[in-house]
Design a protein around this ligand. Sequence first.
Ligand SMILES: *Cc1c(COP(=O)(O)O)cnc(C)c1O
Length: 364
Amino acid sequence: MIRLIRPYISFDEVEQDLRKVFDSGMFTRGENVVGFADELATYTGARHAFLATSATTALWLCLKRLAVGPGDEVIVSDFSFPATANVVEDLGARPVFADVCPDTFNMTPEALKAKITEKTRAVIFVDALGNPSGITKIAEICRENALPLIEDAACALGSSEAGQRCGNIADMTCFSFHPRKLLTTGEGGAVTINNTDWVAWFNRKLSHGGEGMRGYGLDFVDYGYNFRMSETQAVMGRAQLKKLDDIIAERNEIRDAYIQQLASAGFTVQGHGPEVVHNVQSLVFRIPEGCDRDTLITRLREVGIETTLGTYALSATTYYHKRYNDVQPVASRLQDTTLTLPCYADLDVEYVCEQLVGLVTKRK
Ligand SMILES: *Cc1c(COP(=O)(O)O)cnc(C)c1O
């Protein structure tokens, strides 16, 4: 079976550093957590980075920072993973779905402008499958309308637009380190910000509301949560961050090889802007006109190739469709006509392409 993903980490790479953690007995709030956060800030270009338990908790906390609640609207990219809208819904606000560009799969300026109302409190732009195309323009519109911009960069570590890496573009940027992403810590996430006034707030909210010392204990100046990453997770993160740029270059080469072999059969790859570095978190193609995507996935599995859909139209999920009945046409078409292909080194791209092309030509 050709698997869809293969993690970029082996036990050998982290054995020594994990042993140090075990020997020290310090499993939380040690040098690796501090080090990984610093390295993430340096890598993304953001002034401040905080580690969290997942992108979901990170996004949720960013909305809390903006005091989003009942009566508020948050405009979200419609082509994403449900977590993007769930955090808004959980806080009692309304996720307002903005449709996406059929080429880049990202929220368009027109869709955003059309959805701004007096109730809009924030915007969540999603780097669809790691692609940040259009974020700079969206950031400009948000500034003009005095709307805070949160970037759901769960998939986009290492991607950039106009020379700015994700993490250094929006007001707050959230990353995921789930095993489906390029860099994994098992579960895990992060937030980056440039606003120094928010640093103390994030630090204490991530950590029970504690701040500094008071006598022999923490001073609990606020209420808070525990969304902290552990030392063993941070060890994993640090090992992969060092290799990330090489991984991204390699994935772009594999992407090019696929494009060459699939273009003539009518497959078109997710596009990106000229000033964009796409980390190719997921390699997604639109299938040829008239093909049935789910049948294609089944047939590919029969010849030993694991694939999956691109991602979801949030407005068309059972829950959000029932609740708001506001299905976005482009996102829902993409949900049904996109295909994620295996993408990693030593993969037999030729075999995968032969099978794919064979399946869509046989159909005719
Ligand atoms: C993976 C993903 C998430 C959720 O990340 P977790 O770390 O699992 O919470 C959120 N948004 C997008 C766009 C994702 O791809």
